[in-house]
Design a protein around this ligand. Sequence first.
Ligand code: SF4
Length: 67
Amino acid sequence: MAFKITVDLPACQGYANCLVEASALFDIDDDTNKAIILGDEHDDVLRGLAEAAKRGCPAHAIHLEDL
Ligand code: SF4
């Protein structure tokens, strides 16, 4: 099953743990210092990475939604 990642941007503090855990899925915006999600829908093969990023986010700002 594919899934979609969303980031609660007001909650995001730019810790970049998500980028460390899953550089294929996240980047950090240099201007806002907030997370950017790379891509729109993601295949299940990337779910483990996404779950790791979600667990590693100190702000609990990452959410995964099944499509
Ligand atoms: S780990 Fe969480 S708080 Fe840090 S940049 Fe990523 S989404 Fe934002």
